[in-house]
Design a protein around this ligand. Structure first.
Ligand SMILES: [Zn+2]
Length: 323
């Protein structure tokens, strides 16, 4: 029987799940709401039901499941299998041994890592990062997540919470970040930060087609709306997009100086803005990073889209459990 891995990618809104073959092919996809905030047991049961669905599908397809790989948000001792906290899942989500709980229920090896590290692993093995040893991957969404490979190995740091380039300060007295700091690049360039900068400029009197695109309801401004207005040559929208690329580029220039990567992979929903954003990030890095490191790094879009997290979660099993 051909082998497969049951993969689960847990987000604040949805739990994506599926079956992944060892060659990275996703052969089944499932989705259910996370129901964040409904309690730890409720969310764990939803993860279990995603795994159960995958196992039943494997049976139908006559595949042999060899393990369960999970991408879980928040702070964790990934290798030790302990999820310290995941505030976007539940405030009571404290010190949960997710792989032990899920693995025991199904009698299969189970592994977890941070959801964005899984995303990075997927892109390294089967996407934009194939064959590359030193990589920074960032995901631009509600937050700015990251995963870093150094000399071919995933970087964790002493407490498993290293590599968070989304929390590099780019504005001394900037907006408050979810981490508590002021002016992190995530506070400015996470989706809420991008939208807020547009709203604030409009409130101060800037004219913009953004207002028409949301029919006057400024609470409806999203990065997608700003992007659409920028494509229509709207000056404010273009400035917001430029500033977004600039702030991200400032943070990444610092990271590039430290790590000297071959590749910076840009993924996540906001990265759908494509070259408008990635080009500006590239330009800012070239401008600011030290000569050699700045000229060596290639800044590219992620290739696997939403599957990256699922594929990477699955690959925790062969990379950790099979020599
Ligand atoms: Zn922060």
């Amino acid at each position: 029987m051909e082998k497969c891995i049951v993969a689960v990618d847990v987000g604040g809104t949805n739990i994506a799940s599926g079956l992944v073959k060892l060659d990275g092919t996703v052969i089944f996809r499932g989705k259910r709401p996370t129901c964040a905030g409904t309690g730890v047991n409720s969310i764990l049961e939803r993860i279990m039901s995603a795994v159960e669905e995958g196992l039943q599908e494997a049976k139908k397809l006559k595949l042999e499941p060899i393990g369960i790989g999970m991408g879980i948000p928040g702070v964790q001792d990934s290798l030790g299998g302990l999820s310290y906290s995941a505030s976007n899942l539940d405030p009571g989500w404290i010190n949960i041994k997710v792989p032990a709980i899920v693995g025991e229920r199904f009698g299969l090896p189970a592994e977890m890592d941070n959801d964005v590290r899984c995303h990075a692993l997927g892109e390294k093995l089967f996407g934009a990062g194939q064959g590359v040893e030193n990589i920074i991957l960032i995901t631009l969404g509600t937050g700015i997540g990251s995963g870093i490979f150094l000399d071919g190995k995933m970087f964790y740091g002493s407490g498993s919470c290293g590599g968070e380039v989304g929390h590099i300060t780019v504005m001394e007295d900037g907006p408050r970040c979810s981490c508590g700091n002021l002016g992190c690049v995530e506070a400015l360039c996470g989706a809420p930060g991008i939208s807020r900068r547009a709203r604030e400029a409009i409130a101060l009197g800037a004219e913009s087609r953004i207002v028409q695109l949301v029919a006057g309801d400024l609470s409806q401004i999203t990065p997608k709306v700003i992007y659409d207005a920028a494509v229509l040559d709207d000056e404010l929208a273009q400035r917001i997009m430029d500033d977004t690329g600039k702030y991200i580029g400032i943070a990444m220039a610092g990271a590039v100086n430290i790590i000297n990567p071959e590749l910076l992979i840009v993924g996540g929903g906001v990265a759908a803005a494509g070259e408008m954003l990635i080009g500006k990030i590239r330009q800012e890095i070239k401008k600011r990073a030290m000569n050699k490191a700045g000229s060596q790094v290639r800044v590219v879009a992620a290739q696997l889209g939403e599957d990256a997290g699922l594929i990477g979660a699955a690959m925790l099993i062969p990379t950790r459990r099979i020599d």
